[in-house]
Design a protein around this ligand. Structure first.
Ligand SMILES: Nc1ncnc2c1ncn2[C@@H]1O[C@H](COP(=O)(O)OP(=O)(O)OP(=O)(O)O)[C@@H](O)[C@H]1O
Ligand SMILES: [Mg+2]
Length: 295
């Protein structure tokens, strides 16, 4: 487990973290949400010792983090941080050199380099120049950097910002795979769709204070805090009177699948996207019949 106890931090005299108590466990995904400037990144930077608390402490598996070279080195082997912007992280010329850099420096075996590339879907990219990768590929490369250290915790700062649907889906899959491998994953995000798909526990941070902790996102509070932009529309249409390309087709083969699609649609709209739900022919009839059955 990684935890912070009564963590205080300021940049100069600007207080940014004000007594943060936070916990993340292995084999779980812990999500941190909050408005721009709330202190998410600042908190993450403490989890692998890049920032030193002004007051309070960080503990890894019960042991208090000290800020000498040796314990920081140990901490960073166990806790890998992936930056919000991959360009802040990528330093080597080629993909292979980039992913091998961390393990090589830490005196670890290089057997994880290939595994990490495979896990993020960049196998075959070994000799490519990092500077020539697409935004989404850079993002995956920066995650491979972290995985190649075989850490206990992977900390992801806004992992889906700027990704398209495909990039989003593969990031979700990757996070769930890391969790299955027993890693603790910590994700800072504004994206409720991501939060719902991967999160086991949720923290909201506002002006440097934890204002919510739970095993479900709290949408009412999120709205009050203004964590996300709103305004996406849900457009409901039938096959006959199509309106736009469907985001989801609704059918009645399985109630679970239907419920899942509707929840996904609501989350997309909540995140500010327009969503078109298209009824398959006969859908309304089926709903009527099903409601009749329920009566
Ligand atoms: N190096 C720095 N020097 C001075 N102030 C900083 C520095 N880094 C961050 N801040 C300030 O600290 C506050 C918290 O920033 P932080 O980056 O932790 O927020 P965040 O929740 O990650 O925001 P975002 O959602 O925009 O990424 C902000 O007001 C920011 O301007
Ligand atoms: Mg941030």
């Amino acid at each position: 487990m990684i935890e912070t106890n009564d963590l205080w931090f300021s940049y100069g005299d600007r207080e940014v973290l004000k007594g943060v108590n936070f916990k993340a466990k292995q084999s779980e995904v812990t999500v941190i949400m909050g408005r721009n400037g709330a202190g998410k990144t600042t908190l993450l930077l403490h989890l692998n010792g890049l920032l030193k608390p002004k007051k309070g402490e960080v503990r890894l598996n019960g042991t208090k983090v000290e800020y000498d070279k040796k314990s920081l080195f140990e901490l960073r082997k166990r806790v890998a941080l992936v930056f919000q912007n991959p360009d802040d992280q990528i330093i080597a010329p080629t993909v292979w050199e980039e992913v091998a850099f961390g393990p090589m420096n830490a005196g670890l075996s290089l057997e994880n380099v290939e595994k990490a590339l495979k896990l993020v879907g960049l196998e075959g990219y070994e000799d490519r120049l990092c500077g020539q990768l697409s935004g989404g590929e850079k993002k995956r490369l920066s995650i491979a950097d972290a995985i190649a250290m075989d850490p206990d915790f992977v900390i992801l700062d806004e992992p889906t910002a700027g990704l398209d649907q495909l990039g989003f889906d593969s990031t979700v899959e990757l996070i769930l795979r890391l969790k299955k491998l027993g890693k603790g994953v910590v994700v800072a995000t504004h994206d409720f769709e991501l939060a719902e798909r991967v999160g086991d526990s949720f923290y909201y941070i506002e002006a440097g204070k934890i204002v919510y902790e739970g095993n479900r996102p709290n949408y009412e509070l999120a709205k009050k805090l203004g964590i996300r932009s709103y305004g996406g529309k849900i457009i409901i249409s039938s096959n006959a009177e199509r309106s736009g390309e469907p985001t989801f087709r609704l059918n009645w083969n399985s109630r679970d699948e239907l419920a899942e699609k509707i929840l996904e649609a609501i989350l997309k709209a909540y995140n500010g996207k327009d969503v078109v739900l298209v009824f398959e022919d006969g859908f309304i009839e089926k709903v009527r019949r099903a409601l009749g059955e329920l009566k």
